[in-house]
Design a protein around this ligand. Sequence first.
Ligand code: SAM
Length: 272
Amino acid sequence: MIGKLYLVATPIGNLEDITLRALRILKEVDLIAAEDTRQTLKLLNHYDIKKPLISNHRHNEENREDILIEKLKEGKNVAVVSDAGTPGISDPGEVIAKKAIEEGIEVIPIPGACAAISALIASGLDTKEFVFYGFLPLNKKLRKEKLEEIEVETKTAIIYEAPHKLKETLKDFSGILGNREVVLAREITKIHEEFIRGSIEEIIQKSENLKGEIILLIEGTKKEKKENFLNNLDLKDHYNFYEKQGLEKKEIIKKIAKDRGVSKNEIYKQFI
Ligand code: SAM
């Protein structure tokens, strides 16, 4: 019988934030694949769990997948954990999950802490609809495209940020967000947990020399602002805006027609 792959969420700062089921699974599996085995060892020691560990970090995830799949095929149950929070969310987990599914192996989520969701629910921003951007790209062109996307994003945007890049990111947002509410969530579940709220310019003033783990949340813009922005573009740029987001032609035409309040045929005709 082949084994099962468990994606197990671990705490994001407070060791109590782990479910009873997660602890049971970690005790029962044959092998734990960890982003950083030293980090995971601290958690396992705290809960007196002794298990073989194998490292599965970003740089070896693609190579490790074959070893893990082999173990699963031998009938071993494997748990994947990251340093903190939910595997696969800006952390290793996605590659092995995809591969396991391709191989017909059962993939089981063991839910728990996720920094993005924790920040969102306490942000005071709209939680009905939100977009998770993860870390912004470092490549200048890709970063500019992402910033343009967020500038007209109508849903709450959630962005992960490293403390040493915070200043630069806030500067990038300065001047493009108007009076949209921004929330900086820091050190969630830890001693120095705090939520700083205000406009982007206020956040810049309040966040000098901030340390620790940080998430930025940005209130969605008004729908009219997005429509005005898009409808002031010429058709080609309007098309490019959606194409950069990776949408297919059919989907793009549908969106443009909706933005401009015209039929899809009318847009198609202009592209012929
Ligand atoms: N897989 C994790 C999750 O489920 O949230 C995210 C891992 S990602 C490599 C690390 C980023 O998550 C940090 O740079 C920060 O933006 C955010 N983060 C993680 N823990 C946090 C915490 N306790 N407080 C605030 N942000 C946190």
